[in-house]
Design a protein around this ligand. Structure first.
Ligand code: SAH
Length: 378
């Protein structure tokens, strides 16, 4: 739960768009916004320091800003954005799902996973999702709305503060019996709710806020960020031009158009070949290997011949295949592959010299695992 003084403001009544927040703005826009209310432009940097370097927007802690200015600055640049409804933890507390209520009552989720050697956060880019993949819980509920840049960034700021404050157990300290201890966030995956490339401008804005050096942004490495997409080809082309060093993941799930048309409906618009070519182009521009995500669904897409076909498509390319055992969603007739089928599938891909791993599925008991972020109030 938030500590006293954090995240306790009131939503503007009748507002439709998320209110403007410091994290929506570039450093230059922040200066303009501060000047527009008659404050000295350098206050923008001070506020950025508080938010992006100290993870606080509590005016009580802005001791370098005159008390008489704090209320106005707070109102102008730190409106109520989102509050924590609850945190749910599992894996001895090292996996933590957060349910957020946004200013208009919309619910979204993020997940933090602490490992001995790294910490990954899985964040949402939209409330709901419009891509309609039949095996994904979020896809079943449809799209609610795009998140603003600040709504995306704040999921991370909250996680970084929890890690800094030692609120998330794990790491080597816990192994030696002395509890959590502070940690730094190393990886961010846009694999929570939503299709990030369908909310293009705000996601790109969020990547800038996350990776600009402190205090303009959070100072995280682009190399630690993965953007996962169903394969919106024009948006992938555009993303290739941004000059990012982020990793791109394509949710392929089938090597053939016939099956992919049903598993990832946007495939009826952009085919496997086009999606992969766009991904390879991004890979060439960014210098990063392309990730291919493939949820293994029993007797649907896990036949060894499909593994072989996938291997042929990817042979010799700078890729890595991530197989994800399907997390069955409530009411679905589909389930994860049999162990022997999974093994044969892995071998069929590896036979082409293509690197392939099976992903660990943390957080299943708290519905925090891949494709289960549906944000129903439970
Ligand atoms: N819209 C983006 C990112 C969100 S989903 C995308 O589709 O890539 C992140 C990953 O989880 C995607 O590869 C998605 O296909 C996968 N996924 C969704 N539901 C799943 C489920 N029930 N089991 C396993 N993986 C799932």
């Amino acid at each position: 739960m938030p500590k006293p003084g954090e995240l306790t403001f009131v939503a503007p009544r009748g507002a439709k768009k998320p209110p403007r927040h410091l994290a929506d703005l570039s450093p230059a826009e922040r200066k303009d916004a501060v000047a527009a209310i008659g404050e000295k432009p350098f206050r923008a940097k001070q506020l950025s320091q508080h938010y992006f370097a100290r993870y606080t927007h509590d005016p009580e802690q802005w001791t370098d800003i005159p008390a008489s200015s704090r209320g106005k600055l707070r109102e102008e640049l730190f409106p109520e954005l989102m509050t924590v409804v609850r945190h749910l933890s599992t894996d001895q507390g090292t996996t933590r799902k957060t349910l957020w209520r946004l200013f208009d009552g919309t619910l979204v989720e993020s997940v933090l996973m602490r490992y001995p050697d790294r910490v990954t956060m899985c964040i949402s880019s939209q409330a709901g999702c419009g891509m309609n993949c039949p095996f994904c819980a979020t896809g079943q509920a449809g799209l609610d709305r795009n998140l603003s840049t600040a709504e995306i960034v704040h999921q991370i700021v909250d996680g970084m503060r929890a890690l800094r404050d030692g609120d998330v157990p794990g790491g080597t300290a816990q192994a030696s019996g002395s509890g959590g201890g502070p940690a730094r966030l190393s990886n961010i995956v846009f694999m929570g709710m939503g299709e990030p490339l369908a909310n293009y401008n705000r996601v790109v804005g969020a990547i800038r806020r996350l990776t600009d050096p402190e205090p303009d942004g959070l100072g995280l490495s682009q190399r630690g960020i993965t953007v996962s997409t169903v394969g919106l080809v024009p948006a992938i082309h555009r993303f290739s031009e941004e000059g990012f060093k982020c990793r791109l993941a394509i949710s392929l799930h089938a090597p053939d158009d016939e099956l992919r048309d049903t598993l990832v409906p946007v495939n009826t618009r952009w085919k496997v070949r086009e999606v992969l070519d766009a991904g390879f182009e991004y890979s060439a521009k960014s210098g990063r290997r392309l990730s291919i995500e493939y949820a293994l669904i029993r007797d649907i897409n896990d036949q060894a011949w499909r593994g072989d076909r996938l291997g042929r498509l990817l042979k010799g390319k700078p890729v890595h295949v991530n197989l994800i055992p399907l997390n069955p969603t409530p009411g679905s007739k589909w389930t994860a592959s049999r162990p022997e089928d999974e093994k044969a599938f892995v071998e069929a891909i590896a036979a082409h010299g293509v690197p392939v791993t099976v992903r660990d599925t943390r957080g299943q008991e708290i519905d925090g695992a891949c494709g289960q972020l549906a944000a129903t109030e439970r």
